[in-house]
Write a protein that binds this ligand. Structure first.
Ligand SMILES: [Fe+2]
Length: 200
């Protein structure tokens, strides 16, 4: 069975920027429901229930047709959120350092120019979806719970949930305020480790 992972910090740990209320709803309700519905949808497919979720998402093209929507939306949602909790930290914010910082400056001109470009892409997602920083330092977006990984492509090194459920409780319709707040909790330490393990 697929399992809801623990948050790597307390629900109120990001409180200055993202409230305990929204973190609890997002993790204990939204993410939990993806996991529960996924397990229900895969009840007749024990081999898919036993797979790590990253492998399941990576196998999207080859799973039986009948469970493709569940794998795309529910496994995608479980996988994306499992990553998302790690991409935030109470010790986050600021700037990356080392090769990741060098790479972003080389590609975007400055760290601020990268932040501006990533923010613009995130605000440009129509409806629900995600924005991604890829290991080649390009910025991509996906609708709904899609992920580049389901297309056989690399796992992003950082990502931002721009579904309304991620911010409506704290910021109402103001996605721009949410994205601005989110930069203060972005876990650059984790993104650096992913970048360095992917590229070096
Ligand atoms: Fe979400």
């Amino acid at each position: 069975m697929h399992k809801l992972p623990e948050l790597p910090y307390a629900y109120d740990a990001l409180g200055k920027y993202l409230s305990k209320n929204i973190m609890e709803l997002h993790h204990a309700q939204h993410h939990r429901l993806y996991v529960e519905k996924l397990n229900a949808a895969l009840a007749d497919h024990p081999e898919l229930l036993a797979m790590p979720v990253a492998d399941l998402v990576r196998s999207y093209q080859s799973v039986p047709e009948a469970v493709k929507p569940a794998v795309r939306n529910l496994a995608g949602g479980h996988y994306n959120h499992s990553l998302f909790w790690q991409w935030m930290s109470p010790d986050g914010g600021g700037e990356p350092s080392g090769p990741l910082m060098d790479g972003l400056v080389a590609r975007y001109g400055s760290f601020q120019a990268f932040v501006d470009a990533y923010t613009e892409k995130s605000l440009g997602v129509f409806g629900s979806g995600w924005s991604w920083l890829m290991p080649d330092l390009s910025i991509e977006t996906s609708p709904n719970q899609d992920t580049p990984v389901a297309e056989g492509r690399p796992e992003p090194i950082l990502g931002l949930d721009v579904w309304e459920h991620a911010y409506y409780v704290d910021f109402t319709y103001k996605r721009a305020d949410y994205v601005k707040a989110w930069w203060n909790v972005a876990n650059w330490q984790h993104a650096q480790e992913r970048y360095e393990s992917d590229t070096m």
